[in-house]
Design a protein around this ligand. Sequence first.
Ligand code: EPZ
Length: 416
Amino acid sequence: MKSVYIRGNASLYGEVTIQGSKNAALPIMAAALLVPGVCVLRNCPRIADVEYMCRILVSIGCRVDRKGREIRIDASGLTDGRLPKEYVTRMRSSVMLMGPLLGRIGEVSLNHPGGCVIGDRPIDLHIKALSRMGAACRDDGTGLTAVSGGLRGTSLRLDYPSVGATENVIMAAVMADGVTCLENCAQEPEIGWLCDFLIHCGASITRQGTGRLLIRGQRDLHPCIYTIPSDRIVAGTYLCACLAAGGEVLLKGAPEGENDALEGMAERMGAKLRRTGDALRVKRAGPLLSPGRVETGSFPAFPTDLQSPFLVAMAQAEGESSMRETVFNGRFGVVAELNRMGAGIEVEKDTARVPGGRRLTGRRVRAAELRGGAALVVAGLCAEGDTLVENRSYVDRGYEDICRDLRLLGACVQDG
Ligand code: EPZ
């Protein structure tokens, strides 16, 4: 089992280029199913989830060629809507293939996407919305089949601004007959990037104010060449690392305007942030102040994906603080391992109380999911002594090479 070995007491000094965005690349790869012909996606991150998505696309009849960070997807030969169980259960985001497959070939079947340690992952919002657009969805207890003789545009409002459900509706609506008006949609930047890709392919999608999209159905999309934007969560993770460990780093390509909630918190804690061109310079030299109360939410609120790495910075800060997790009901799993390192965090329902001022102690710890694993690596940087983070494969699902990146920022980390 691969691991990460980290030498503690490491302030960070250096610069790193932020990889392409996992959560932009995956829906855009799914959207390529809507386009007969070869779409060329550049700056795709070399991570496990992108590899799984490539394999799924091949299994349903697409031609996929991958050279480094460039992926060419030809969906002309798309024939099959049956998603392979081994990937659906491993990668929950395969559910976002429902919309494009219903739109393109009128059928999709998949096993129930696995829940994971960050909490329940139902897909009721996806099913409700796609049903409203004319899909007939049947759940036989082990999996789901949906068919459609032709999706129809409609007006619908999501009960919760789900990222995945928003992406599914957008991709289905692009193929539907008529116009779809979607209300209370997610506003995460990845939604904007998906729309941008589809518009590059000839789709007609317009924002109609906050959380409201108008999508005109049409079936004649054309291939395009598209560059995946930088990953705001990877950039945010390294910002948390500099906050927690101290030092001065330059995050090249860190997306502007996509991490305002985190960046505001970092400045509240005493860090100095300065944007130079497409890079973000982060400096934390003095004491780390408590951020007070932090609460995750859908964009533009503080992102749930940075909750775990940010807990480490909170544990280093002088004074108590609290983190309320409002998106996933199981996203404090990493706290047990952080407490074995001395973080002293107490979780009560949806809120973690962080006493702060804790010197962490390096230990052998175990990752159980993606962002919690990244948080353990961040904790190892500021701990006394050495830390070994096991189950590094969870981290590799979202970070191209966290050891390479942190070494560029001056950390002493090894692939274990
Ligand atoms: C996307 O997941 C991201 N994944 C997640 O990132 C991210 O944490 C999440 O959005 C929230 O920002 C990708 O983009 C591949 P949701 P998604 O649907 O679409 C509930 C990472 O670490 N819900 O917005 O699955 C759900 O239970 C990953 O990179 C329903 O109740 O998230 C959760 O409480 C983790 N019914 C909330 O909505 C549904 O049908 C947010 O889920 C769908 C969701």
